[in-house]
Structure formats: structure tokens, C-alpha cells
Design a protein around this ligand. Structure first.
Ligand code: ATP
Length: 323
């Protein structure tokens, strides 16, 4: 049986600028696969190609063994998609949005009815079936979009930043729906995210940066291979920071103003602390995390300011609170 997703040597560009650069990976059936990377890494472009919405410059991409370029219509039958920006019609009710999707996929009226009932129950929106989507919160819209993506019973679900702009509690709830779905419907789920904490539960994590895949594996494998212990230190002032940066060229400067030193051996931490202990405001040790894996691989933190700003803008753009 073919893999759920197979991508080989994929290239894509916009106006001559390469945004996917020799991307290859595969996803086993039933796995949850997280594509993790900062804004602009190429995640949406990759998902757009897999969803048949964009053509690659070169390379191949298959879903359930079907080539997305050669057989786009057949490929679309096997996939469900939740886009980064809502594509619901907010003048219609939840039920009407689902009906419309069923119609587009050529489902018979009886099947549309049964499936709409089932997917609404799955995301706990049955009581809101006849409500107009305009009045829905951000979290409810996301759940409805997930329900809609399941109407034609796909075997693979793609979700592009499904939790962006939602509060932590709602994000948690969306992930528990996805987990349940995967178990109950044996779905393969590919999600893109820049929230590092959300990928800890994934079967496979693929880290993408500037259109390159820089690492792939289970969270445990990634931490074992690339995650070192770090010493995070906040210097008293810029003079101390500059002195440390000169003495320890391997140190990373973090957005918060603190410095991160990879602890390659314990003697290094002892030497550093003996030298600077009294000129530091705060010291803490950080065990290997996926954030430290990203830092080790790219020299940058994933949680950059741009993310925060974009999330804030998106949240402000959504109506209502999170229910
Ligand atoms: N329609 C477009 N025209 C020109 N450049 C584009 C277009 N869409 C994306 N890009 C550029 O391609 C690169 C990859 O963008 P992409 O949206 O795939 O990244 P991403 O990882 O999904 O980030 P985000 O989460 O911000 O969407 C970025 O540099 C982006 O500016």
C-alpha cells in the first residue's frame, strides 16, 4: 500500500524566488505529521501543491499514491483541507455550509444529510446547525471547517495553521478533536504550525526553514539528535553581553535579551558561571526541547516577534470570543 503522502525533490518559486528547495518526505498512513517552521518558510506553498491548488516547478507529490499534478481531480477526492484563512460562507448557516460542500462533491441528498449530522456531532456543533456562521466565534468556525473537510470522507486531512489566532484553551480543544478523528476515522493528518508546543504529540515532525527541510523525525528522535541542554543567562547590561558574546562565540542572542549557551559538557557551564555569575540577572538551565532543536539547527528562535504580531492581528480580525 502506498504512503499517505509522498513528496520527492519538490521545487517551487514565486517571481523567480525559490520558496521550496528540493523538498522530500513521506507520511505513513494514519500518522499525524507536523510541518513546523516560521512564517514564510514555505509551509502554505507546500500544502497548496498537495491540495492541487498550485503547481510545483519540479518534482513529484502524491496523495494516497495519486499524483497531484497528473490526476488532480482524483487526488482531491482523497483529501480534506482546512485553509489558514476561513473559507466558510458566513451568510449561510453551519448546515448550509456543509450541504454546499456535499453538493460540490456530488453527494446524494440522503448521504449529505447523514454526513452533515455526523460531522456536526463530531465537533460538538449540532446545537448550532441552523445558526448563521457570521455569529460564530473563531473556535467554532475552525471546528465547522474541520467538519466540512470531512464531509466527503477523505483519508488524508491537511490543516494549514489550524489554531492560529485562537486562545490556548481553544487550541487545545481543536487538537483533541483532531486526535479523536485520527483514531476513530483512521485519518492521516498533516498540520502546519509555528507553535512549537503543538507538535510534541505528533508522530513525525518535519522542520522547514527558508524552503528547506532541515530535520525530520519523532519529537524524541529530534531532541536526541539535535537538542542539547542550554544555559539561558540574562546579563546585567549590554557591556557584559558583548563581553560574553566575544568570549563564547557559540552563544545565541535571544529576542528577550538573554543569551543561550549550548552545554556541550558540564565543565563548560562551570567555567561560564565561575566567570560571569555575579554579572548576570538571571540564570536557568533548559532541558532539550523542540524549541532548542530549532535554535540549534537555525541559530534563531521560532517564537519571533513577527509571529506574535501576526497572531494578534488575526485574533483582532476574528469576531466574538472563543467558545
Ligand atoms: N502569491 C505569492 N506571491 C509572491 N510570493 C509569495 C506568494 N505566496 C507566498 N510567497 C512567498 O513565498 C514564501 C513562502 O510563503 P508561504 O506562505 O508558503 O510560507 P509559510 O511557511 O506558509 O508562512 P505563513 O505561515 O506566513 O503563510 C514567503 O517568502 C512568501 O513571502
Amino acid at each position: 500500500m502506498p504512503d499517505a503522502v509522498g513528496v520527492k525533490s519538490l521545487f517551487a518559486s514565486y517571481d523567480g524566488k525559490t520558496v521550496l528547495d528540493d523538498v522530500s518526505f513521506s507520511i505513513r498512513r494514519g500518522d499525524s505529521f507536523a510541518l513546523l517552521g516560521p512564517n514564510g518558510a514555505g509551509k502554505t506553498t507546500l500544502v497548496s501543491i498537495l491540495c492541487t491548488l498550485r503547481l510545483p516547478d519540479r518534482g513529484t507529490a502524491q496523495v494516497a499514491g495519486i499524483d497531484v499534478v497528473k490526476q488532480p481531480t482524483k487526488a482531491r477526492e482523497t483529501i480534506g483541507v482546512v485553509f489558514q484563512d476561513s473559507s466558510l460562507d458566513d451568510r449561510l448557516s453551519a448546515w448550509e455550509n456543509l450541504e454546499f460542500h456535499g453538493l460540490v462533491h456530488g453527494l446524494a441528498p440522503k448521504v449529505r444529510h447523514e454526513r452533515a449530522e455526523a460531522v456536526l456531532a463530531l465537533v460538538e456543533l449540532s446545537d448550532w446547525a441552523d445558526d448563521i456562521v457570521r455569529n460564530f466565534s473563531g473556535g467554532m468556525r475552525r471546528r465547522l471547517e474541520i467538519a466540512r473537510a470531512l464531509m466527503h470522507e477523505p483519508t488524508i486531512l491537511f490543516l494549514d495553521e489550524p489554531t492560529v489566532g485562537l486562545d490556548p484553551q481553544t487550541r487545545q480543544r481543536i487538537w483533541s478533536y483532531l486526535d479523536r478523528l485520527r483514531r476513530e476515522r483512521h485519518l492521516t493528518v498533516l498540520t502546519t504550525t509555528h507553535y512549537i508546543e503543538e507538535v510534541e504529540g505528533a508522530d513525525q515532525v518535519c522542520i522547514i526553514d527558508h524552503g528547506h527541510i532541515i530535520a525530520q523525525g519523532t519529537p524524541t528522535e529530534l531532541k536526541a539528535a539535535h537538542g542539547s541542554r542550554w544555559l539561558h543567562a540574562t546579563p546585567q547590561d549590554e557591556t557584559v553581553a558583548a563581553e560574553i558574546a566575544t568570549a563564547y562565540p557559540q552563544i545565541q542572542r535571544l529576542g528577550s535579551g538573554s543569551l543561550a549557551l549550548p552545554i556541550t559538557d558540564e565543565a563548560l557551564a562551570d567555567t561560564f558561571l565561575a566567570q560571569y555569575r555575579y554579572r548576570l540577572e538571571e540564570i536557568r538551565f533548559q532541558e532539550p526541547t523542540l524549541e532548542s532543536v530549532f535554535l540549534a539547527l537555525t541559530g534563531r528562535e521560532l517564537r519571533d516577534r513577527a509571529n506574535g504580531q501576526r497572531d494578534a492581528q488575526r485574533s483582532a480580525g476574528r469576531r466574538g470570543g472563543q467558545r
